[in-house]
Design a protein around this ligand. Structure first.
Ligand SMILES: Nc1ncnc2c1ncn2[C@@H]1O[C@H](COP(=O)(O)OP(=O)(O)O)[C@@H](O)[C@H]1O
Ligand SMILES: [Mg+2]
Length: 264
């Protein structure tokens, strides 16, 4: 268990999100501690991905999505008109469930972001590419085939490449939406180990509905149910002694048996 930083990397205040008339997130107030791994948990459809996307304004790209309330990243109100969304998405990177390498070489995948941000110097790009591939433990596996299409890598390698791509623009926070859901146990273990290492230098927020994974990874847990935060707190407390019947049932994988009368 990590030393308990109490500084927030992200905080929300009365966050409500709608897709058209569907009210998906309801009065969400969460705290994401800096340089920790936060797991966002909850049953399918409870709003985990939506919450994650609210943290770097990915919801701007979703037709019909409306955001009310506040999201602060390092104290900055990110829905303020003055905020440069490109700056924000650079600071808060995102990795998805299905590895999505760009249709280009391994090298170009990592160099893509830095190039967009104006870095042209080949030596500088080489250094960034090597550094990021080393951070995700891919360098030795790919150093002799940097010009090959990224799609030739295995699923687990592709996911680590996507993390390297996110790291290449020098973010502070990395959001991962069920990053191991499509991977085999061995690749999953590598990614979990990697996230542990990265949490020394970055704030990590990971959506997972795998309780074992949350136990292995999380310093802090946010448990959502039907768009509301039911519990949040340090992982050892939350996962070992949940306060609510809902979370107890979820941890025992018995949520289907929870009486629908329970108020959240
Ligand atoms: N683009 C969208 N338009 C309309 N409804 C959506 C959209 N994306 C998600 N939803 C709905 O919002 C709810 C929450 O979705 P999501 O955040 O993806 O949940 P989770 O990641 O926990 O499974 C679900 O009911 C889902 O069907
Ligand atoms: Mg989701």
């Amino acid at each position: 268990m990590k030393m308990r930083y109490i500084k927030a990397a992200i905080e929300t205040r009365s966050l409500n999100v709608f897709y058209g008339s569907l009210h998906v997130l309801r009065d969400v107030n969460v705290f994401i501690p800096k340089y920790c791994i936060t797991a966002i948990m909850g049953p399918s459809g409870c709003g985990k991905s939506t919450l994650l996307k609210s943290f770097n304004r990915m919801l701007d790209l979703v037709e019909g999505a409306k955001v009310e309330g506040k999201v602060y990243v390092e104290g900055i109100d990110i829905y303020d008109d003055e905020v440069d969304v490109y700056w924000l998405r650079r600071k808060v990177g995102m990795v998805f469930q299905k590895p999505n390498p760009l249709p280009m070489s391994i090298y170009d995948n990592v160099a893509y972001g830095p190039r967009i941000h104006g870095i042209k110097d080949k030596k500088m790009l080489d250094k960034i590419v090597e550094g990021c591939l080393r951070k995700v433990g891919l360098w030795d596996e790919v150093r002799s085939r940097l010009d090959e299409p990224a799609t030739r890598l295995s699923g687990g390698q592709q996911q680590r490449l996507c993390i390297a791509r996110a790291l290449a623009v020098d973010p502070d926070i990395i959001l991962l939406d069920e990053p191991t859901a499509s991977l085999d146990p061995k690749s999953t273990e590598r990614i979990e180990k990697l996230l542990h290492e990265l949490s020394r230098d970055y704030t990590i927020v990971v959506v997972t509905h795998n309780i074992g994974q949350a136990k292995r990874l999380a310093d802090y847990v946010i448990f959502l149910y039907m768009g509301r935060v039911v519990e949040q707190g340090w992982a050892d407390e939350i996962l070992n002694s949940p306060r609510t019947q809902l979370l107890r049932a979820y941890i025992r994988r018995e949520l289907g048996k929870v009486p629908s009368l329970i108020r959240v």
